[in-house]
Write a protein that binds this ligand. Structure first.
Ligand code: HT9
Ligand code: FE2
Length: 375
């Protein structure tokens, strides 16, 4: 008798990510792709281009996705999950439309999508769904028979996402000078987004006050802070702060910025800070530049000891979490009873985004939601 886990009805998994430049010639066209119609000031684009050039014009994100792809394939093989895994990006090669075309011509009809974005927001969820709808429309125009595309739920509170970050904070604390270790504060960081996007993130009934985006981050931050307190026996103050703000200065975005926060903490006599980038799945450019370069330089200038803890990246526990999430969804699609796995106070996120969830400024078709034009 076989007990192989059953991924049916799905016949393939697509790892869908942001994408990033692979060399100096890619930087400007990549930024053009990312900011198409997004109203980002020219000055900000020049500045962000410099962040990439500082690292040879190469973002680490593509290699991190290749490592995650390997980790997923290894985990699936070891656990008897027979499901091919593909990889595509929204903003750089391998482009989503090309990979989806390849999946269709390979014969895949029921595709499940994992995004490298754990939380609920327009940028972190609906924008991926809009790009999926665009890719499906392009394939339809080519006369291809469209597959059915579903998206895995947001996984911010899955233990396979949270636990590696708890270990990361413990490791960072151990790297701080011993005399400041117990007094260190924890600064949980995530991408700043416009207040208006935060307030309308998630299902309509939870809009206002930072919406699902802020609530989810606060829940993860609290889970990690509680676990670190239990593990170390030291109750460290913590706060959720933001990084990587773009957009026009007169439009309000979530605050405080990590650099302002470090200055304020230093002013209050806090002896050290651990920066915990809970908003990101891997150590991509936002982490390498905004935290490891800019915020770390700010701390050095202040004379404030800081450490930056690891993101999940290709941690085998994260790969196992993806397996758990996909088997959970597959079972639901087959009509089987499943208990979704989630830590914290919020419960598992929805499988299908309801109408009005993380609305776009200008409404556009989005795949894998209740009101999607494609099943
Ligand atoms: C919530 C969020 C995530 C986390 C969820 C997820 O991971 O998806 C994320 C990830 C990422 N953001 C990335 C890069 C960029 N994001 C930009 C611009 C923006 N991001 C926003 C939000 C988010 N971004 C927003 C509201 C804007 C303003 C423009 C707009 O409203 O759309 C810009 C334009 C220049 C600038 O203004 O910074 C760039 C270059 C990379 C690649 C890094 C690499 O190359 O290693 C990654 C993983
Ligand atoms: Fe971004």
């Amino acid at each position: 008798m076989s007990h192989a886990p059953d991924p049916s009805p799905y016949d393939a998994l697509l790892l869908l990510s942001f994408g990033g430049p692979e060399g100096p010639d890619d930087v400007v066209p990549f930024l053009v792709n990312v900011t198409k119609g997004r109203g980002i000031p020219k000055e900000r684009l020049k500045e962000v281009g410099q962040h990439y050039f500082l690292f040879g014009g190469k973002s680490p994100i593509n290699d991190q996705n290749r490592a995650l792809l390997d980790a997923l394939r290894k985990d699936f093989a070891e656990h008897g999950v027979d499901l091919p895994v593909y990889w595509g990006n929204r903003n750089w090669a391998p482009y989503l439309t090309d990979v989806l075309r390849e999946m269709v011509t390979d014969g895949h009809r029921r595709i499940l999508v994992l995004t490298t974005s754990a939380y609920t927001s327009y940028s972190g969820c609906r924008q991926y769904r809009e790009n999926l709808a665009d890719a499906l429309a392009a394939l339809e125009a080519e006369g291809l028979e469209l597959p059915r595309v579903d998206k895995l739920r947001q996984y911010f509170n899955h233990p396979g996402f949270v636990r590696p970050m708890i270990d990361g904070v413990l490791k960072s604390l151990s790297e701080l000078p011993e005399d400041v270790r117990d007094g260190a504060h924890l600064a949980f960081t995530t991408h700043s987004i416009p207040d208006a996007s935060a307030n309308t993130s998630g299902p309509v009934e939870g809009h206002g006050d930072g919406g699902a985006y802020v609530r989810e981050h606060l829940d993860v931050a609290r889970l990690i802070a509680d676990a670190v307190r239990e593990e170390t026996g030291v109750d460290r103050p913590w706060q959720l702060v933001y990084q990587s703000r773009s957009g026009a200065p007169h439009i309000p975005w979530l605050e405080p910025d990590i650099c302002d926060h470090l200055e304020e903490q230093h002013g209050k006599g806090v002896p050290a800070v651990v920066m915990v980038p809970i908003g990101f799945v891997s150590d991509h450019m936002e982490v390498l530049y905004d935290l490891d370069t800019e915020a770390t330089a700010k701390a050095a200038e202040l004379g404030l000891p800081v450490a930056r803890s690891a993101t999940v990246g290709a941690d085998p526990r994260f790969a196992a979490a993806v397996r758990d999430l996909l088997l959970e969804r597959a079972a639901k699609e087959r009509g089987a009873a499943v208990t979704p796995c989630a830590l914290g106070a919020l419960g598992a996120s929805h499988d299908l985004c309801p109408v009005g969830c993380c609305p776009a400024r200008a409404p556009r078709p989005a795949a894998a939601g209740v009101d999607s034009p494609y099943a």
